[in-house]
Design a protein. Structure first.
Ligand SMILES: [Zn+2]
Ligand SMILES: [Zn+2]
Length: 246
């Protein structure tokens, strides 16, 4: 919804109240009323506090919670994948609902709450450019927007990093991944992305969910081939049993 109130000067305060009144007064996830002090948040603070952060220790590369000294079952086969991936929370209950609202229900401003949860992730330091994982044109048309782009935009505002949507593109649509094994996912995504010249750019890919990392591996390979100096990635959520159940 456009911010009418911000444009209207002296009327701003009362219009801001009106706008807030017109927005859903209940949390999108739990339907409890949202306190006025939480502004125009779509997700209440209680729901956000239920998003469970990943426990340490993590695999240094893919960010999966892991026992130190054991070979990581997620990233052992990554040759060209991102140097480091970090996710904010587990994909369960309320976090899963938030992703669903963002992806399938049109509530793109949920991305703001997700970006808040992601802001302290390690790759988001220094001079990096955020690159949302692109959708193919077909899926982008269906949805009306790219959910990863919405997360990247909110994150860029929070951490003061530029968002680059001009480099990476998806060169072919890939079929839905949910029923595929990790190996089949890798094959399904190989060559799915292409990147414009990215010489010297330090990149952090942004996506909503990390499942097996196949998407990030393929996107990272394209960016590296285009000369990116460094490729890391962040996601809002991480599937809990990427290999056993998906
Ligand atoms: Zn709630
Ligand atoms: Zn790993």
């Amino acid at each position: 919804m456009p911010r009418f109130a911000e444009r209207l000067g002296v009327w701003g305060a009362s219009l801001a109240e009106l706008e807030r009144w017109l927005l859903p007064a209940a949390c999108l996830l739990c339907q409890a009323p949202i306190a006025a002090r939480e502004g125009d948040a779509l997700v209440c603070s209680l729901c956000r506090s239920r998003w469970r952060r990943l426990p340490d220790p993590l695999c240094g590369r893919c960010g999966q919670p892991a026992w130190p000294d054991l070979a990581c079952r997620i990233c052992a086969g990554w040759s060209e994948g991102p140097a480091r991936v970090r996710s904010a929370v587990w994909l369960e209950e309320s976090a899963r609902q938030a992703v669903h609202q963002l992806k399938y229900e049109g509530w793109w401003r949920v991305a703001e709450a997700m970006a808040e949860a992601m802001r302290g992730l390690e790759p988001l330091t220094g001079q990096v450019s955020l690159i949302p994982v692109p959708l193919g044109p077909g899926r982008a048309r269906e949805r009306g927007y790219n959910q990863s782009e919405r997360i990247a935009a909110a994150l860029g505002r929070l951490v003061g990093a530029p968002v680059r949507t001009d480099l990476l593109r998806r060169v072919r649509e890939t079929r839905t991944q949910t029923a595929l094994t990790p190996e089949a996912r890798q094959a399904n995504l190989a060559g799915a992305f292409a990147s414009a010249e990215a010489g010297g750019v330090a990149v952090v890919l942004v996506d909503d969910v990390f499942t097996t990392g196949a998407t990030l591996v393929s996107a990272a390979a394209a960016l590296r081939a285009a000369g990116a100096a460094q490729v890391e990635a962040v996601t809002f959520a991480r599937a809990m049993e990427p290999i056993a159940t998906i």
